[in-house]
Design a protein around this ligand. Structure first.
Ligand code: ZN
Length: 203
């Protein structure tokens, strides 16, 4: 079994719908595939989140909190009315749909190391690690996606690490802000916002 075949089985597994044969096939794949193990962990986190958001009986103020946490939606449209009527179910449905579609369609293709910034001359890339060597200066912002960043020198700007880790030596100087983004979550929020905007524009 390859990862493509394992992916739908992971979802089935979380729904408890796997046959004994499928389940042992999936287990076998998981034993040999760190990527899918990590994926399963993410899904389980998501599941826990969705469950946390939809307790069997939702107290009124919690419902209100969930409503407020949702991106603003134009009043007087069908979606808004539906959400008002079924707040907890809607949040869970939207959230699950967004998670599923973003994972299935784009998540897998997007794991390439990327380095962005106006001044990358002194930046060194080795394997999945991006180095700012001691004594060197990056004159501007530095963004690293899907990799590790090791700063030994100076960054005259903001440092942004998306889906990666960052390590600063004692010789490092960062003049701007340091921001670490876990893209699983920001991506989900981005997709959810985009989806809601789309739906609420349809009259
Ligand atoms: Zn796999």
């Amino acid at each position: 079994m390859d990862c493509k075949e394992a992916l739908p089985l992971l979802h089935e597994y979380l729904d408890g719908g796997l046959s004994a044969a499928q389940s042992s096939q999936l287990k076998e794949h998981l034993l040999g595939c760190a990527d899918c193990r990590a994926r399963l962990q993410e899904y389980e986190k998501m599941e826990a989140l969705v469950h946390a958001w939809t307790p069997p009986s939702v107290p009124d103020d919690l419902t209100e909190k969930i409503m407020r946490a949702l991106p603003p939606v134009k009043r007087h449209n069908a979606l808004y009315r539906f959400i008002r009527k079924h707040p907890a179910a809607s949040v869970a449905a939207v959230f699950a749909m967004v998670m599923l579609s973003s994972f299935l369609s784009t998540w897998n293709d997007d794991q390439v190391l990327a380095v962005k910034g106006p001044d990358l001359q002194s930046v060194v890339i080795k394997g999945d690690t991006v180095y700012v060597p001691a004594g060197s200066i990056v004159a501007g912002d530095l963004t690293v996606e899907n990799g590790k960043l090791q700063v030994d020198g100076d960054v005259k700007g903001n440092v942004v690490v998306i889906d990666g880790s960052v390590n600063y030596a004692s010789t490092a100087h960062i003049s701007g802000q340091i921001k670490q983004i876990d893209e699983v979550f920001s991506w989900a929020w981005y997709k959810m916002n985009a989806w809601l905007a789309q739906v609420s524009d349809v009259k």
